[in-house]
Design a protein around this ligand. Structure first.
Ligand SMILES: *Cc1c(COP(=O)(O)O)cnc(C)c1O
Length: 381
């Protein structure tokens, strides 16, 4: 059998099991998507604040540009000639907003999570990671030379047991978690993690705020701001591709960590830096996030409303965020439910094993502040 035939056979096997993935053909129309000629309200987007569909915001940004300042490429790694001034401006803005010594911007969250830990953690370090962390963090663990163990999701007792049992053999320990988890929409107990860390002299915390940046805290900096523990998190990262309606990622950290990453982090060094125009748009948004409490409150209200509707309808759900799972159970039922929602004009997608545990297949509603209360009330559950 030749190579292509072998690949094709594996694809055929995936298709037989109903697990073949295909890129959807879809058109965007503001808050709507059009799939197979059907126009549906998008309930699967990470545009949590509704900024990506806000034409006024785009118009205002475009007015700041001229053909001379519209820079569609950096043409180089930042260590060579790709380090435009706008990068320094964004990093200074982030460091100052978070009240941290330094910030570093990356091309995306995937780069950040596959690059930071492999760069800073060596064989004398042990990583203890939540069971439900994002695939990008898992890939980072696999790429590094560091031993890692997983603790049961949000289970501080299990984490502390591992810490006691294995921790003494290592010089440093890094606990890795997300702040809001993408499948259950629930939140990590950040303050308790900080308290745990403070009981051990050699423990550090790494927190991924991809689903919380722009959404939580008095000025939208994330759950760490909401919980008042920004200063206690050693590696605080987040992404710009979700609520901030841009692309890229950041880490706020000490000056030393920043300089170390500039020297050692491969996905930072060996890639063409983000286009300056994209960084300028990110900065434009970041400067406006603090003033977006109305959107944040509206989104919070929509999440509570949908959860209440689910519970009233006898469904299992979880979490406290804009990510609202409707747990159906069996995969086949879940797919049918998603199809029914789509027929009614709501584009919500099923999530099945292995992404979630067997028997917990779900519809994952991803709410945005651009939705109205009426729309959320009219989702047929
Ligand atoms: C989306 C996401 C990422 C990846 O960020 P990108 O900028 O899209 O590469 C990383 N971590 C978490 C938790 C995410 O949800």
């Amino acid at each position: 059998m030749d190579f292509t035939e072998k690949l094709q056979q594996e694809l055929d096997a995936l298709q037989t099991k109903g697990n073949l993935r295909r890129l959807p053909t879809l058109e965007h129309d503001g808050r709507y998507v059009i799939v197979n000629g059907q126009r549906m309200l998008n309930l699967s987007s990470n545009d949590y604040l509704g900024l990506a569909t806000d034409i006024d915001l785009r118009r205002e940004f475009l007015e700041t540009l001229t053909p001379e300042t519209f820079l569609p490429t950096s043409s180089s790694s930042r260590l060579l000639t790709g380090n435009y001034h706008i990068y320094d401006e964004l990093e200074a803005e982030l460091a100052s907003r978070f009240g941290k010594e330094a910030a570093l911007v990356f091309n995306c969250g995937y780069h950040a999570n596959t690059g930071i830990l492999p760069a800073v953690a060596d064989a004398d370090t042990l990583i203890l990671a939540d069971k439900l962390i994002h695939a990008s963090l898992i890939d980072g663990l696999k790429l590094g030379k560091t031993r890692y163990l997983r603790y049961r999701h949000n289970d501080l007792n299990h984490l502390e047991r591992l810490l006691k049992e294995y921790g003494s053999a290592y010089q440093h320990i890094i606990i890795v978690t997300e702040s809001i988890f993408s499948m259950d929409g629930d939140k990590a107990p950040l303050r308790q993690l900080v308290a745990l860390k403070q009981r051990y002299p050699n423990v550090m915390l790494y927190v991924d705020e991809a689903h919380a940046f722009g959404l939580r805290g008095a000025s939208g900096l994330g759950c760490a701001e909401e919980e008042g523990c920004i200063d206690d998190i050693d590696f605080l990262m987040g992404t710009f591709g979700k609520a901030a309606a841009s692309s890229g990622a950041y880490l706020v950290c000490s000056r030393t960590v920043r300089e170390y990453l500039v020297n050692h982090m491969r996905p930072f060094i060996f890639t063409t830096a983000l286009p300056p125009v994209c960084v300028a748009w990110t900065l434009f948004i970041v400067r406006r996030l603090a003033a977006m409490n109305d959107r944040r409150q509206h989104l919070d209200h929509l999440g509570k409303l949908l959860r209440k509707r689910l519970v009233d309808g006898g469904y299992k759900t979880s979490g406290t965020s804009q990510i609202v799972p409707m747990i159906v159970g069996e995969s086949a039922d879940t797919v049918l439910r998603a199809e029914a929602l789509q027929r009614h004009g709501f584009y919500a997608l099923p999530v099945r094993p292995p992404t979630v545990p067997e028997g917990t297949s779900r519809i994952r509603f991803s709410l945005t502040a651009a939705l109205t209360e009426e729309e959320v009330c009219s989702i047929p559950l």
